[in-house]
Design a protein around this ligand. Structure first.
Ligand code: URP
Ligand code: ZN
Ligand code: ZN
Length: 463
């Protein structure tokens, strides 16, 4: 099968030109001006943007969490991602404390394999680092899972100690991997949660008040220090605020590099949403939404090259699941849905409103995730030899977000009624048209597990 995409405005992290793309099988074969080739399918992309498929490196599908499961399956979540122009996701395997990494790997692959519509990979969340876990790290890296997630919060379930963090960093560095972190101070948060509960304060706003900026700034700084000491490549997930970004900024003063991810919600929403009584549960996530000044810091951080990735932390729960915390904010399942909205929100709020350039948009939503997580140039760019993961996008189309039309398996939208500029028209994944005119043309099982390179061997991260 061959496809010719004709006359689109091709955008990568560095380029911007009008041209044709010729695809054969799963790969991009040639790119040029008015290519003289025959193809089985020709797509007219005149007046459209043509950019790489998005990569969302932070999603939680069918995840067992807080006594329930996130509501998107591997099928519904990866399909919704495709509708929104995200052709690949990285999900999280959670080691159960007292159990092995291998058990968790088997369990998660049995849920995901043959069920994904779009491409996928995993981070391995290490929740119990000990002598046995240490021996398993090399094997996990050999399986193509080269990033290891840690939690400095969720005590008693996912959190590890600094002692374990240092040990893990040393081993992951040795094996050529990268450590990523949920950086908030779990002990301080637990103290504040208990204090509010003792005072009879149960509304969602107390979730926000129990995770003040300082809890994130302190943990980010501590994590950066441990990474600096061990020399382990380090990545902070869902960074939300000025204090935490300044901790990373400080680390650059000693020539350290810490990769930073923020999520779309921290750029476009703020904590005033928690004032709406229990309605605020829709946005109960950790870390919580912050202040407008923090969003401004994050947009600036993207342009300064300090914030490298915009993900979602997609972790949807049905409203009925959110009601588990009706009388106790600490029981509201943490997370919100955005896997389908990320690219269009970032374009509309970022590019169309003049906050970031088109090249930056591609860099943080497609290229940097591929580079940092060992998939570049197979993924994350439009180039000869790359996988033909391509989005054809109408930059002028206007549309509204609504739970009544989205494809995520969740019965509300965190962005209900938002009017966006720019819409995904057509999506190709490995050369196949998977989305066209708001229809998905592939079934579950099309999505492929992507083996990732070791971070140490990944010399492609240059910007
Ligand atoms: O609220 C969130 N973020 N839920 C998912 C788990 C996590 O901390 O990433
Ligand atoms: Zn987290
Ligand atoms: Zn998460």
């Amino acid at each position: 099968m061959s496809v010719l995409i004709k006359g689109g405005r091709i955008i990568t992290a560095t380029d911007d030109y009008v041209g044709d793309i010729f695809i054969e099988g799963e790969k991009i074969i040639s790119i040029g001006k008015q290519l003289n080739v025959n193809a089985d399918t020709v797509i007219d992309a005149k007046d459209k943007l043509v950019f790489p498929g998005g990569i969302d490196p932070h999603v939680h599908l069918e995840m067992p969490f807080m006594g329930t499961f996130s509501s998107d399956t591997y099928e519904t979540g990866t399909r919704a991602a495709l509708y929104g122009g995200t052709t690949m996701v990285i999900d999280f395997i959670l080691q159960k404390q007292g159990h092995s990494l291998n058990e968790a790997l088997t369990e998660w692959r049995s849920r995901a394999d043959n069920n994904c519509v779009g491409d996928y990979s995993f981070h391995m969340a290490v929740t119990d680092y000990n002598d046995e876990t240490k021996k398993e790290i090399k094997h996990i890296v050999d399986e193509g899972i080269t990033s290891f997630k840690t939690f400095m919060a969720y005590k008693g379930a996912l959190m590890i100690t600094d002692n374990q963090m240092i040990g893990l960093m040393e081993e992951v560095k040795e094996q050529g991997g990268l450590v990523n972190v949920h950086a908030t101070n779990g002990d301080v948060i637990d103290y504040l949660v208990q204090k509010f509960k003792d005072e009879g304060k149960t509304a969602p706003i107390y979730h926000y008040l129990s995770q003040p900026e300082i809890t994130e700034a302190e943990a980010s700084s501590r994590f950066a220090d441990m990474a600096n000491y061990t020399g382990c490549p380090a990545y902070i997930v869902h960074l939300t605020c000025e204090g935490a970004l300044n901790a990373v900024r400080n680390a650059t003063r000693r020539n350290q590099r810490v990769f930073v991810e923020t999520c779309i919600q921290y750029l476009v929403l703020d904590a005033s949403l928690y004032e709406n009584d229990f309605e605020g549960a829709k946005w109960v996530m950790s870390p919580p939404l912050r202040e407008k000044k923090d969003a401004a810091t994050l947009w600036a951080g993207i342009n300064q090259g300090l914030v490298n990735v915009v993900a979602t932390d997609h972790c949807p729960f049905m409203w009925e699941q959110k009601l588990l915390g009706r009388n106790d904010f600490s029981k509201i399942p943490n997370g919100h849905p955005a896997i389908e909205n990320r690219m269009e929100l970032l374009y509309s709020e970022g590019v169309a409103k003049g906050k970031i350039s088109l090249n930056k948009f591609v860099e943080v939503a497609c290229t940097n995730p591929a580079k940092i997580f060992g998939m570049f140039p197979q993924k994350g760019t439009v180039a000869i030899g790359s996988d033909a993961d391509i989005v054809i996008f109408d930059p002028n189309a206007k549309h509204k977000i609504s739970a009544s039309s989205h494809h995520m398996n969740v019965d509300y939208s965190a962005y209900e009624g938002w009017e966006l500029t720019g819409k995904v028209n057509t999506v190709l994944l490995r050369g196949k048209i998977v989305i066209d005119n708001n229809k998905c043309l592939v079934e579950k099982g099309y999505g492929k597990f992507i083996k990732r390179k070791r971070h140490a061997l990944n010399n492609s991260f240059t910007s």
